[in-house]
Write a protein that binds this ligand. Structure first.
Ligand code: B12
Ligand code: SF4
Length: 714
């Protein structure tokens, strides 16, 4: 039996009445506690029924399962908050002998649970923690990684899950304290670029205890640093790919259901012995288990415990609609994120409804979702209808959205006109369905460089795609790697010329048919009529970026083969490398100093762009434009120094430094009035953030590398 007319909160009240024989008053916290936060829900239930009854809240957001203990030992009330009969749930295997319902065809039933079943429902106590350096990335994003893991763990119905994220007012000490309090059985740590120092500080403490919890670490940086971490922490388990299957297996491993070598997608040392413990000798060899392919792991949705507090901290909402990529660019190690696969989109409507309810409580937050897919569209017969259907769902749920995609989803030189017309319809269709911005990793306009990057695109293709997108009215952002270790001076000059091209960013042409646009972009006369005249670099998200030789990337191997690589830098998951042409190396370093000096301010402005709409959004973009013009001026002037420089490394460095000093003064003179004008258009809390960052920026008079300046496609 299902009771669709009751709300989940009504069902909770019924369940309390069923368990206690007393109907709770409507005024209790229980009537309004968000179901997105199971730990608060458990607290509200305890408040209602008293401390002496055990409460279990488990299962995933769309189908929470709650158990309330009766006075009689071993007797429970079981409620399915989605109102579905208990018999219709896909129960984890361990429940078969441990959980029995008196009325399985109802959403509300008495239940009996074995002692083993109770133990499994309450343990392990899993803490998922996300690290963060506030000074590097001032504004938070909804922590997808640990939120996805929470869903996977709760789906097993084993134990409890808590989430702590340093972006959201939690310190490293808070995490350490909780992880070592004795109240936690498993600690899962998520780390991305720049957070190795935090990881080490945390693990040093957590692992040092007499009875440390089981510790598993994952994330983009951790996957790069697997070897280094396992050397330092022989008892650590490293998640090497998507963490959902891994965390589910780790929880089962804690119960002794799986041996460590059966945990999917991990690196570890030695072997496991015994329940809940890992007895691993420090001499144990590093081992690996296979990761699960993205196409087999299509449930990539998050729990939403931390969405509310993300908004309270001025953060943005993120989701993924796909995982992995269709390509293998040489600078992008693929082992961790894998090959492209789309999520099963049937979950999207309910998830967006739940997210919408949280947004409703924060009316000032722009109703925008960032789909952090590496490649939103993907390949396959149904790529176009799938993309449109996701966009439909987002738009119908009242969301604008942004995402990322490869340029070969717009123009392919090996495809005919019909293909391009279909794609042009797709892109227009996505914009009509509230696509607010899409990021394209152009990375270069120079074909020889693109070849080295294995982008599988050409300069000509990029130019045509940029024209097509802008004419279709797609608001694009482009990423571009200006310097790479193997580049020649000719390539650098061609790079500068491409970035300065004024025939790429066209005016949107809403009155023209997609056919006219598809044909027009090939016609220089048509292009000249429709160009904005703005140089291409004004569309580049981050200017002056240099190649990062990431650990495990094919480009890094090319640099190594050329004898250019040095020591590994675990904090950034990269390998230090010299430039084949030392003069370009000097320019790259000077450009990096420029980026780093302006990074925090630019990142703040970028975050403001994300959380504002309408006129304030446009004004913030304009201010970022001032920073881009200055960066392009610097690039041109640096290249001019190549012509002038005949002398030594020190001379060239000194010339670059003097140039940067002059140009930063010019930038200050331009930026100060632009920011003052911008402030009047911002809400007070945003104004304070910008003021703080601007004051920091203006007070800086030194040039130093901060190790955090490079963007990825977001
Ligand atoms: C947001 C983001 C950023 C933000 C980070 C902001 C912040 N607050 O930290 C910014 C813009 C700053 C950024 C920067 C960079 N980024 Co970035 N970034 C992303 C992006 C778009 C989304 C991250 C995300 O939320 N993913 C979704 C979650 C669910 O995935 P996940 O974090 O990988 O988590 C899964 C697994 O890793 C694992 N896992 C994670 N944690 C844990 C913990 C445990 C216990 C377990 C078991 C498992 C586990 O399970 C999770 C679920 O499956 C990704 C693209 C992507 N789709 O991942 C790129 C990405 C991670 N970035 C990337 C890169 C290269 C960078 C840069 C190094 C770029 C550069 N060359 O300079 C810089 C680093 C800059 C710096 N100085 O630190 C690459 C990594 C390449 C690779 N294949 O490893 C990615 C994949 C994008 C790409 N394809 O190029 N980035
Ligand atoms: S850089 Fe972008 S396009 Fe290239 S493999 Fe990585 S995610 Fe795919």
């Amino acid at each position: 039996m299902s009771e669709p007319t009751l709300s989940a909160h009504d069902r909770l009240l019924h369940a309390v009445a069923h368990a206690t024989g007393t109907v709770p008053t409507l005024q209790t916290r229980l009537s309004s506690v968000p179901l997105t936060e199971p730990n608060r829900l458990r607290g509200a239930l305890t408040e209602c029924v008293g401390e002496n009854r055990t409460i279990v809240v488990t299962g995933t957001l769309e189908r929470r399962f709650v158990l309330i203990e009766h006075d009689t030992p071993g007797q429970w009330t079981a409620v399915d908050l989605a109102g579905q009969p208990h018999s219709s749930r896909k129960w984890p295997a361990w429940t078969t002998d441990n959980l029995a319902f008196a009325d399985p065809d109802n959403w509300l039933s008495s239940a009996t649970i074995t002692a083993e079943g109770q133990h499994r429902l309450l343990r392990p106590r899993l803490l998922l923690a996300s690290l963060y350096h506030q000074e590097h990335f001032p504004l938070p994003r909804f922590p997808l990684a640990i939120s996805d893991l929470a869903r996977a763990a709760r789906a097993t119905m084993l134990g409890t899950v808590e989430l702590m994220d340093m972006q959201l007012g939690v310190s490293l000490d808070d995490i350490k304290r909780h992880a070592t309090s004795g109240d936690i059985d498993i600690v899962g740590v998520s780390a991305t670029f720049g957070q190795h120092d935090l990881m080490v500080r945390l693990l040093d403490d957590v692992m040092a205890g007499q009875h440390p919890p089981l510790v598993v670490a994952g994330g983009s940086l951790t996957a790069r640093n697997e070897r280094i971490l396992l050397e330092r922490y022989p008892n650590l388990i490293i998640s090497r790919g998507a963490g959902e299957p891994t965390i589910a297996d780790v929880v089962a491993h804690w119960h002794g259901d799986l041996a460590v070598e059966q945990i999917r997608g991990v690196g570890y040392r030695g072997a496991s012995r015994g329940r809940g413990t890992l007895s691993i000798g420090t001499t144990g060899q590093a081992r690996r288990t296979a990761t699960v392919a993205n196409r087999l792991q299509t449930d990539m949705w998050p729990e939403l415990d931390l969405l509310e507090t993300t908004f309270a901290h001025n953060g943005v909402a993120q989701l993924e609609a796909s995982r992995g990529c269709t390509n293998f660019c040489s600078f992008c190690p693929r082992g961790h994120k894998g090959q492209w696969a789309g999520a099963a989109p049937d979950a999207l409507p309910w998830l967006l409804r739940e997210m919408g309810a949280v947004f409703d409580r924060h009316p000032d937050v722009s109703r925008t979702v960032y789909l952090v897919d590496e490649e939103f569209i993907g390949r396959g017969q149904d790529a176009v209808p799938r993309a449109l259907s996701i966009a439909d769902t987002l738009a119908q749920s009242g969301f604008a959205w942004e995402t990322s995609c490869r340029i070969d989803q717009v123009v392919r030189l090996d495809r005919d006109r019909d293909w391009h017309v279909e794609r042009a319809h797709l892109w227009r269709g996505l914009v009509q369905r509230q696509l607010r911005r899409c990021l394209f990793g152009v990375e270069s306009g120079v074909t020889s460089i693109l070849k080295r990057f294995n982008k599988e695109t050409t300069g000509e293709q990029n130019a045509l795609a940029i024209r097509t997108l802008t004419a279709l009215g797609v608001p694009p952002r482009f990423t571009y790697i200006t310097f790479d270790h193997l580049m020649t001076e000719t390539e650098l000059r061609e790079t500068h010329a491409f970035q300065g091209r004024t025939d790429l960013l066209l005016h949107p042409q809403p009155d023209l048919s997609v056919e006219e646009i598809v044909d027009g972009v090939h016609d220089e006369h048509w292009v000249a009529t429709h160009t904005t005249g703005r140089p291409f670099y004004t569309g580049i998200s981050y200017m002056l970026v240099s190649m990062e030789c990431l650990i495990g990337a094919a480009y890094t191997r090319q640099a190594e083969a050329a004898g250019l690589t040095g020591v590994a830098d675990p904090s950034m998951g990269r390998v230090e490398a010299r430039f084949a042409n030392w003069r370009i190396g000097v320019l790259s370093r000077s450009a990096q100093l420029w980026i780093d000096r302006n990074f925090a301010l630019d990142y703040t402005l970028k975050s403001m762009e994300k959380i504002t709409d309408g006129q304030p959004h446009q004004i913030v973009r304009g201010v970022r434009g001032v920073l881009k013009h200055a960066a392009y001026r610097l690039l041109g002037a640096l290249i001019d120094l190549l012509d002038a420089a005949t002398g030594s490394l020190t001379n060239l460095e000194a010339d670059c430094a003097a140039l940067a000093d002059v140009l930063i003064d010019e930038l200050r003179a331009e930026l100060t009035p632009a920011l003052v004008a911008m402030e009047t258009n911002l809400a007070p809390e945003h104004r304070d953030v910008v003021r703080r960052e601007y004051a920091r920026w203006a007070a800086t008079d030194t040039w130093r590398l901060i190790n955090a300046a490079d963007p990825c496609g977001t």
